[in-house]
Design a binder for this molecule. Structure first.
Ligand code: ADE
Length: 223
């Protein structure tokens, strides 16, 4: 079973995320185990300080090395992967999420948006990951995004294995449109072909919609 530890200054941000939906079921079924830790538990002063002002000046606060080193050194296991969430990291991709899902033990470190002491990156981080070219207030939601994306690749987490293969990005095309009942809703009807029962024609139609949508929204994927 994949073990995941998350280190954050805002542990409660993940409460709902871990309890709900497919991820909650995956955890209940012991396909993965996720523990969320408050970094302040490893701070040593009476104010439970985990951050401080940057040397050299500048706005904001920087995560201090001592509590992070202590936390990671306590939690790490041989061969585990220690990941720091940051906008200047390697962009998350389906391949990276799939690679993470094959690991035994992952530790996610969520920092302040202003940054963390460089010695943390140099000393106790193996990989830096970004979830996109925008800046969040802290990396906790980014950790949640990576965990969600990798959990889908763990066998058993998605009920139907098949649902993995037909989705956006597995074949570098965006999804086709989906419809469910009713066949007619407020004057909008479901495309005739989907009601025909002709599976070969439906596959052809879906593929054509995928190419059309990809060309419109993400032409870069077709290159
Ligand atoms: N922390 C703040 N912004 C982030 C981003 N885009 N990706 C990963 N971690 C972050």
């Amino acid at each position: 079973m994949l073990r995941i530890d998350v280190l954050t200054l805002f542990p409660r941000m993940l409460d709902g995320f871990l309890a709900e939906s497919i991820l909650g079921k995956g955890i209940a079924a012991q396909h993965l185990a996720v523990s969320v830790h408050d970094l302040r538990a490893w701070s040593t002063d009476k104010h439970r300080t985990a951050d401080d002002r940057p040397f050299g000046g500048g706005a904001g606060m920087v995560l201090k090395p001592e509590p992070v080193f202590a936390a990671i050194e306590q939690l790490q296991s041989p061969g585990c992967c220690r990941i720091y969430l940051t906008p200047d990291g390697t962009p998350l991709s389906p391949t990276l999420a799939h690679d993470f899902s094959k690991q035994q033990h992952l530790i996610f470190l969520s920092g302040h948006y202003e940054g963390i002491d460089q010695r943390i990156r140099d000393g106790v981080i193996d990989q830096e990951v970004s979830i996109g070219d925008y800046v969040l207030t802290n990396g906790t939601l980014a950790a949640a995004v990576v965990i969600d994306a990798l959990a889908r690749f763990i066998p058993g987490v998605l009920g139907e294995e098949k649902s993995l293969t037909h989705e956006s990005f597995t074949n570098k095309l965006l999804d086709f449109p989906q419809y469910t009942r009713p066949a007619e809703f407020r004057g909008m009807s479901v495309p005739e072909i989907l009601l025909s029962g002709n599976h070969a024609e439906i596959e052809k139609w879906r593929h054509a919609r995928q190419v059309e949508k990809t060309r419109l929204v993400r032409p870069d994927l077709l290159k």
